[in-house]
Design a protein around this ligand. Structure first.
Ligand SMILES: C[S@@+](CC[C@H](N)C(=O)[O-])C[C@H]1O[C@@H](n2cnc3c(N)ncnc32)[C@H](O)[C@@H]1O
Length: 268
């Protein structure tokens, strides 16, 4: 397997919750700016319709990720009006919990207890989604998730918004200073667009730029961690089944170019 499990600060249990929240807030903005919501939204709708499901259980939701906005859009569509969305994380985000669980939209709920994506079989029925989260799993955990999906006939949609960027590892290493600087600047831009606005977020972006620094760090590390096509084939090897179907591909924006990669597993 070519991926490298580079260190992401988000994975450290002692990493401050407020800073983790800031990073995932920036990620929500970045995904929206890239157009992930429309691309992923279509994949979610297709999966829900094909598997005839009425609930989405998102794993590794962070600050919510793209799914709450997607939910808003799809629940306006005929036949999808009553779709429920359950958000969850190994490190549940207190601000997101307060925001979603106190909202008037009772179709969205954030689980207050930690939910570990590696315990897929325990999370309950519905379409499991992992958005920008699967690369946090080491290969044995990633394989265990896919195996559990097949064995328990669990529908699962895995999406990685950086998956379409394919850089061989040596090139990635060579380009690190440029890549880091680029994502650092994105961190500065996205910080300005995070809502609700907080002084802490602005201070740790523009006075002491801790947020863009870690945003760039984790962004670069995640590019090394992503499971590329061949890595996914390796993970899926032996998991073919006559009553379960795997499909993988690229997310596509309207004009056809690639945005992210997905792996969809559905029971037949
Ligand atoms: C890069 S963030 C993505 C957040 C969100 N899905 C998004 O797209 O904005 C990855 C998230 O995965 C969570 N995570 C890491 N390992 C996990 C695990 N084993 N089970 C559940 N969540 C996990 C982290 O806490 C973090 O919130």
């Amino acid at each position: 397997m070519k991926r490298v499990h580079a260190l992401e600060v988000e994975d450290l249990s002692w990493f401050p919750t407020w800073l983790r929240t800031c990073l995932t807030n920036n990620l929500v903005v970045f995904a929206r700016l890239l157009g992930v919501n429309a691309v992923l939204g279509q994949l979610v709708v297709d999966a829900l319709k094909e598997a005839k499901l009425t609930k989405i259980i998102d794993l590794g939701s962070g600050s919510g990720g793209p799914l709450p906005e997607i939910h808003k859009t799809i629940s306006g569509q005929k036949g999808l009006e009553h779709i429920k969305l359950e958000l969850s994380d190994k490190y549940p985000n207190p601000k997101a919990i307060a925001f979603f669980n106190q909202s008037t939209d009772t179709n969205i709920h954030y689980r207050e207890q930690p939910v570990d994506a590696t315990q897929l079989g325990t999370v309950g029925p519905g379409l499991k989604t992992m958005v920008n989260c699967f690369h946090h799993m080491r290969p044995p955990q990633a394989r265990a998730i896919l195996k559990s999906a097949v064995e328990n006939k669990e529908p699962i949609l895995i999406y990685e918004m950086g998956g379409h960027v394919t850089l061989p590892l040596p090139l990635w290493l060579l380009g690190l200073p440029i890549g880091f600087t680029f994502v650092f600047i994105i961190g500065m831009i996205t910080s300005a667009l995070v809502r609700p606005f907080t002084w802490k977020h602005l201070m740790f972006t523009y006075v002491l730029p801790v947020i863009p620094f870690f945003f760039a760090w984790d962004g670069q590390a995640s590019m090394a961690r992503l499971y590329r096509d061949a890595d996914l084939d390796e993970l899926l090897s032996g998991l073919e089944s006559s009553d379960y179907n795997w499909e993988k591909g690229y997310g596509r924006v309207k004009r056809g170019s690639r945005l992210g990669t997905y792996l969809l597993g559905l029971p037949k």
